[in-house]
Ligand binder design. Structure first.
Ligand code: GCU
Length: 407
């Protein structure tokens, strides 16, 4: 075959892949058997939290790293924080605003990340939401003092509907956000500008099959924000929450799995390769996501593209990594691409792990009605009406859940 034929052959295959319609018919989801979560690789049954924590949890975490999200090398990175701006009179006088520039140095190079923090005034110890944003810090608010993020040209306030700052502050919570591009520009071929060179990976050729890429870089950024927050006297280290939407929901789950300092983890519409079960053929599939967004995951993941049934885990096992901490999964009715039912079933399955801690699971629960959150001891779920988005309804539910359960 000459080069031309190869090119057109490849093009036709690619187009055929993209042309394949997503399934939205529940009767076509297919029969699937989930892998055994409570049996170790040596065949030992997991009957206690000790076996879970010392054997099975580390096994699952390693599989998720080696096969799906990739691993983050443990290299020494020097970090400095510089407060670029601070005010005690933000959000109509109700909040403290602080903007901190993080500088990371390692492997002969450096990177910067800009973090926007709002904190309620006069609260000695407050809980905090860490949540990366899609369009730059300035897009989250009309607040004129907010400095634009380096890789974003979005106008001020462009995505402010996703950031219920008033509600967050008046509920007594702090919030910290950064533009996710600061740690990995969200497109193919951006490894070199990302934080990966700090980890010793200078370009795509230096990636191993299980090296982490974008999702790892975004998750890493969330943990670095937490490093800083935990140095502040008015932040309660027992009430740190990570929240992410969509691809950043996948990120929040992975960050929460890796970093146990997050006491509560929220997945907002995270969908395929987030909260939703991969073995259900509904909406986005592993085949589709690894073709469209290969830079999100480690290279090994795409080898399972056409065989999600061969994966030695499913996404409920990612959710189970959060136990015994608090976990909330939210879907949206019109967000069929993210497979709301697959997200609920995954959480229901994952919630069994909490029984090892003497807590109740979601077993026996059926798919809830729209806009009616269901909570058990440590897990919460809702499906809201509307589209793929983060709304004030979502924030209100997360705050109510945290108010009740996060102590
Ligand atoms: C695409 C992608 C999803 C992702 C979403 C988002 O729709 O297919 O997997 O969650 O983008 O991040 O908004």
């Amino acid at each position: 075959m000459n080069k031309m034929n190869l090119f057109f052959g490849g093009l036709i295959l690619t187009l055929a892949g993209f042309a394949q319609k997503a399934n939205y018919d529940e009767s076509m989801v297919g029969n699937y058997v989930l892998p055994e979560m409570f049996v170790t690789s040596n065949g030992q049954e997991v009957t206690t939290k000790k076996i879970w924590e010392t054997v099975r949890r580390p096994e699952i975490l390693a599989m998720l790293g080696n096969i799906e999200y990739g691993n983050i090398p443990q290299t020494h990175i020097k970090t400095t924080w510089q407060i670029l701006e601070e005010s005690n009179n933000a959000l109509g006088g109700k909040a403290i605003r602080r903007q901190v520039e993080f500088t990371f140095q390692g492997n002969g190079t450096s990177r910067k990340m800009l973090v926007l923090i709002y904190m309620p005034k006069n609260i000695k110890k407050c809980p905090v939401f860490v949540s990366p944003n899609f369009q730059g810090n300035q897009s989250t608010t009309e607040d004129e003092a907010v400095i634009a993020s380096q890789y974003s040209t979005y106008p001020r306030g462009h995505q402010k509907s996703r950031w219920s700052y008033e509600r967050i502050i008046s509920s007594g919570y702090a919030v910290a956000t950064f533009h996710y591009y600061d740690t990995y520009y969200d497109a193919q071929g951006h490894t070199t500008e990302s934080v990966l060179p700090l980890w010793g990976i200078n370009n795509d050729n230096e990636l191993q099959a299980s090296s982490g890429k974008a999702i790892c870089a975004w998750a890493w950024g969330c943990s670095r924000v937490l490093d800083y927050l935990l140095t502040l006297k008015n932040i309660d280290k027992k009430r740190c929450i990570i929240l992410g939407h969509s691809r950043l929901g996948k990120t929040a789950l992975w960050a929460g799995a890796l970093d146990k300092r997050f006491n509560m983890v929220i997945s907002n519409n995270s969908g395929c390769s987030g909260a939703a079960l991969s073995r259900r053929n509904y909406g986005e599939t592993v085949a589709r996501i690894t073709k469209t967004f290969p830079w999100w995951f480690c290279n090994t993941y795409s080898t399972y593209a056409d065989n999600p049934d061969k994966l030695p885990f499913d996404q409920h096992e990612l959710l189970a990594m959060i136990a015994p901490r608090l976990l909330y999964v939210a879907s949206a009715k019109e967000d069929r691409w993210a497979d709301p039912r697959g997200e609920f079933l995954s959480l229901k399955e994952a919630s069994k792990v909490y029984k090892l801690y003497g807590k109740n699971s979601l077993e026996g629960y059926s798919f809830p009605k729209e806009n009616e959150p269901v909570w058990q001891d440590c897990v919460g779920y809702h499906i809201r009406t509307g589209i793929h988005d983060v709304t004030d309804f979502d924030w209100a539910a997360y705050i109510r859940f945290a108010d009740e359960k996060l102590h």
